[in-house]
Each structure stands twice: as C-alpha cells, then as structure tokens.
Write a protein of this length. Sequence first.
Length: 75
Amino acid sequence: MESLIDNLAKAIRNSENKTERMNSVFCLSLLSYSNEVCIQKILDHSDAIRERLTEDETLKAYFEATVMKKLNSNT
C-alpha cells in the first residue's frame, strides 16, 4: 500500500494533465488509511501535493472532500 501511495502522490506532483491528477486523487480517496504508516506516507508527500492543489481550486476542493475527510476520520 505504501508504494501505491508513493506512486499516486508522484503522479499528482509530476503530471501536467489535470484529469490524470484528479484520477490520482480519486484513487487516493479509495485507499484505507487505517494505520500510521499509510498516514505518514501521505504526509511525506504533503508539500508536493499542496503545491499542485494551490494551482487548481477544483482539485483542492476534491482532495479536501475525499482524502482529507478520510484521513480526519481516522484520528
């Protein structure tokens, strides 16, 4: 699961395609963040993801509504 989070975060960071970034966020939203290792992995990539989210308000809103909601429900 950790490598999947790494790959999806890298796709968000590196992709110039808006649809691909949105699809990667969708995939992140489907994952279970039931252990600290997975949560730490997403936090490890938070700076790169945040940079992309500031470029696209739609992506930011979607990320907050899906991934962040799921992460917050685990704390």
